[in-house]
Design a protein around this ligand. Structure first.
Ligand code: SF4
Ligand code: SF4
Length: 276
């Protein structure tokens, strides 16, 4: 992966051209950064477009093999699932809600508050908060995610079965590409959901970058707790570093995740060949 190069045209900003190599293809982009420090939450906003581009590449490549993505506008059965966020993404959602016009902001905040009250009454709030623990097992995670889904709490951003924050929806929503019938999404634990693998996993890369600069390890913040968690952890919004170091760190984590994924896939295909 190529990293960055300062532009001399503006004294306070630099434009970092980045080239990202994914198994799905290459992405070339430019990211404007301030000279000096940058907050990771701002970088999280800027990287969303790249998460979408990788997902689009995967979608196009799969379509050529007759594997069509079932997701389409107005099909939102998945939007009552637990959406896992990294800390910068939770802070990003918080800031986005804060930037909304007053009446819409109040509506959205009210939806979050109703959901939290419901979770508390059902004894699920503490369980969802446990997902922040980096030592939580996959099994426990899946059990909590299933219990959450059973409550059928629509995402506060779902309006008339459509995502009302399409441009800033979290990376997990962008990278969730289902090729099985949309009907199966009503039963995520039923084993009938097939997804296309997307290698970028932006949320994981952001979580690792955040952990490396804040020295706080947080596994997952469910989207439904994004406002609550960010309010209780105000430092998450200001966590940042020298802008170049921050971008370099994030790109490094993306690269590590992609390489690890390629090794896993190569290992699986080798194991498959041996069995033949
Ligand atoms: S994940 Fe399932 S329910 Fe959600 S948009 Fe895709 S096909 Fe529809
Ligand atoms: S952010 Fe949008 S796409 Fe993601 S769960 Fe909420 S409504 Fe659905």
């Amino acid at each position: 992966m190529e990293r960055h190069q300062a532009s001399s045209t503006t004294p306070k900003t630099l434009v970092a051209p980045i080239t990202l190599d994914f198994p799905e293809g290459k992405i070339e982009a430019e990211i404007a950064l301030p000279l000096g420090t940058e907050r990771l939450v701002v970088l999280a906003f800027k990287m969303l477009e790249i998460s979408s581009e990788v997902a689009d590449m995967v979608t196009r490549a799969a379509a050529k093999l007759d594997r069509k993505v079932s997701c389409k506008k107005g099909c939102g059965a998945c939007c009552c699932q637990l959406v896992p966020l990294s800390p910068p993404e939770a802070a990003m959602i918080f800031e986005f809600v804060e930037s909304m016009p007053e009446s819409r902001k109040n509506e959205v905040k009210n939806c979050f508050a109703i959901a939290i009250r419901h979770l508390k009454e059902r004894g699920l709030l503490g369980k969802l908060e446990r997902l922040q623990n980096p030592l939580i097992s996959e099994e426990e995670y899946n059990t909590i995610a299933r219990e959450y889904f059973q409550e059928r709490i629509d995402c506060p951003f779902l309006v008339k079965k459509c995502c009302s924050i399409h441009d800033v929806r979290p990376s997990m929503c962008r990278e969730y590409l289902v090729i099985s019938p949309a009907e199966n999404c009503k039963n995520p634990g039923g084993g009938g959901i097939s997804r296309l693998p997307v290698s970028i996993r932006l949320s994981e890369a952001l979580a690792r970058t955040w952990a490396s600069i804040s020295r706080k390890h947080v596994q997952v913040i469910p989207l439904i707790l994004a406002l609550k968690w960010t309010t209780e952890n105000e430092y998450a919004r200001s966590t940042g570093d020298d802008s170049i170091r921050l971008l370099t760190s994030l790109l490094g984590h993306i690269s590590d995740i992609v390489n690890k994924r390629e090794c896993e896939l190569a290992g699986r295909s080798k194991a498959g060949n041996k069995q033949k």
